[in-house]
Design a protein around this ligand. Structure first.
Ligand SMILES: [Zn+2]
Length: 186
């Protein structure tokens, strides 16, 4: 872990390459941008806790980031390959409303369920897609960098597992749409 070049305390997460290189923590980065553009970030809750489609508690850490082109809020679940959502607002937006937009996005999405696990009579387990659609996030698979990992229903599926799940649609047509992380998925 690299420590922030300004506060020498928190973990550096952002590299700024403006006149040399500086590694900054999220807070010092925001302070720097805030000074430059004269916009202040408001204090907001650092955590969101919601229950998912099965009633399971899901804990998210909220991260605020200020950029010259807007405010970016991100809710990242406190586990590897968990849920992750973000929203973007204009610099002069109502930040409380933006936070509520993030909370609503998290709530809406974790209440949806796309996959389920089942068991054949012989005891063999299988995974399946409940209806005729599946959505989630494309992530990186450390153990197999040549194919993506997909996060669906707040858990990781290997590319092969996804393949197994869609095999029952053999002969069907399909369409893939990709959405920026701050967009609403239709
Ligand atoms: Zn710092």
């Amino acid at each position: 872990m690299y420590k922030c070049n300004r506060c020498f305390d928190r973990e550096a997460k952002i590299i700024v390459t403006d006149e040399g290189q500086e590694r900054l923590c999220n807070r010092c980065f925001n302070d720097m941008v805030s000074e430059e553009i004269g916009v202040m970030l408001e204090t907001m809750p650092e955590e969101i806790v919601v229950n998912d489609f099965s009633g399971t508690r899901r804990d998210f850490t909220v991260q605020q980031r200020l950029y010259p082109n807007g405010i970016f809020l991100e809710a990242v679940e406190d586990l590897e390959y968990g849920y992750q959502y973000s929203v973007h607002g204009e610099l002069d937006c109502n930040q409380t409303e933006l936070f509520h937009k993030l909370v609503n996005k998290v709530k809406l999405n974790v209440s949806k369920r796309y996959t389920k696990a089942g068991e054949f009579r012989n005891g063999q387990k299988y995974l399946s897609i409940i209806d005729d659609e599946v959505g989630g996030r494309i992530d990186y698979d450390d153990s197999n960098p040549s194919v993506p990992m997909v996060v669906v229903d707040g858990r990781p599926y290997t590319w092969e597992q996804l393949g197994e799940m869609i095999m029952r649609f053999e002969g069907f047509q399909f369409k893939m749409n990709f959405f920026d992380q701050t967009d609403e998925v239709e």
